[in-house]
Design a protein around this ligand. Structure first.
Ligand SMILES: Cc1ncc(COP(=O)(O)O)c(C=O)c1O
Length: 371
């Protein structure tokens, strides 16, 4: 057993190296190369969607989703406060302001509170939802599927239809989670869905991401914008402002190898989660209605800081959940609505090691130290 157990390590035990060697030998290492489209096709097939665009990061995908949702200067966007900051910053990239919302008992956006906010704090007329406090138009909602859970997407979509809002699903942490009854994967229900393949995610490409959209023409638009809005390959014609957001062929081959193992990773995540639970650790539940990818395990404790220190002293990496975004300097001045659960959970959750590479011995050791 190693003397340091990381929180979430990548598992590169499949065909990653073999495919990388082939890619390097072929010379296709950058943003051209056939394996990028192969990765896109395989991911689209897995998600049961028409098209996916492979990009440089989840953050880039959320930025593109904001642009393609028509969010711009002076608009507002509903976001959760309990999330990673990359889910919120893209609103600012396009000049919009966030309004912070609470979470439910699965740490996901509380859709009932969002509905209540729209109902009681806003006016809806001529297809525009106007925030009475600021007189600004609310254009979109960012629904983050925290730790592999799923936002109540069906209620949110009904709300979005009622108030003419775009829904951007941040499924960066939830690739592979789906609703058991409908079979819909996270990221495929809203207007846009974004995935991350950062090093700590359920599958990784080192860094990387993907975007999909209900209207598949918008996936083509995302690809176009991600590729410097290049209208003519030879003559360098660009009719719009684009971005350098495309995934590389090297990342794509790692992604292909990782996708081959995704279901196996999810099964391992579930087995490890059950082992912790069987050892009486007080872990937060995942929803019964969702086949969750069980990306991160959150331990509920009244002794958060003490536990973090003790685990660190014993070579076990653990983390509190993120500081709530509405408390951070760039966002302190922003509006928030009835935040209660997010504050409670923030105080008492510690994420514990959840890598698919964890051994039974390591799990036993972690459990013994926590207990
Ligand atoms: C909720 C959430 N949103 C966005 C991101 C950003 O993804 P990336 O690191 O690929 O830019 C992450 C993870 O890093 C995340 O956890």
């Amino acid at each position: 057993m190693s003397d340091f157990i990381p929180l979430s390590a990548p598992n590169l035990s499949g065909n990653e190296l073999e495919y990388l060697i082939d890619a390097v030998k072929s010379g296709w290492i950058s943003t051209s190369g056939g394996r990028i489209s192969e990765f896109e096709e395989k991911l689209a097939q897995y998600l049961k969607v028409k098209k996916v665009a492979a990009i440089q990061s989840g953050t880039a995908g959320l930025h593109l989703a904001m642009i393609l949702s028509g969010v711009g200067h002076g608009d507002e966007v509903i976001v959760p406060t309990l999330t990673f900051i990359a889910a919120v910053n893209p609103a600012r990239y396009v000049g919009a302001e966030p309004i912070f919302m609470d979470c439910d008992d699965y740490l996901c956006l509380d859709v009932e509170k969002v509905a209540e906010f729209c109902e009681t704090e806003c006016d809806f007329a001529n297809g525009r939802l106007v925030n009475r406090a600021t007189n600004k138009t609310i254009k979109a909602v960012v629904a983050v599927h925290i730790f592999g859970n799923m936002v109540d997407m069906y209620a949110l979509m009904a709300l979005a239809q009622k108030y003419n809002l775009k829904v951007i699903e941040d499924a960066t942490e939830a690739l592979g989670s789906y609703h058991r009854e409908t079979g819909d994967f996270t990221g495929t229900i809203g207007d846009f869905g974004v995935y991350s393949f950062n090093g700590n995610k359920i599958i990784t490409t080192g860094g990387g991401g993907a975007i999909t959209a209900r209207n598949s023409d918008l996936v083509d638009r995302a690809k176009y914008l991600a590729n410097q809005a290049k209208d003519d390959d030879v003559k360098f014609v660009h009719d719009e402002i684009g971005y350098n957001y495309r995934m590389t062929n090297l990342q794509a081959v790692v992604g292909i190898a990782q996708l081959e193992q995704l279901e196996q990773f999810i099964a391992t995540k579930e087995r490890n989660y059950n082992a912790y639970k069987a050892a009486s650790l007080n872990l937060l539940d995942f929803q019964d209605s969702v086949r969750s990818n069980r990306w991160f395990y959150s331990l509920v404790t009244d002794k958060r800081d003490e536990l973090l220190d003790k685990l660190k002293a014993n070579g076990i990496q653990s983390r509190p959940i993120w500081n709530l975004i509405h408390t951070l300097r760039p966002y302190k001045h922003c509006q928030s609505y009835m935040l209660t659960k997010a504050v409670e959970y923030w105080q008492k959750l510690v994420n514990i090691p959840c890598s698919t590479t964890l051994t039974t011995r390591e799990i036993d050791y972690i459990v013994s130290k926590i207990l």
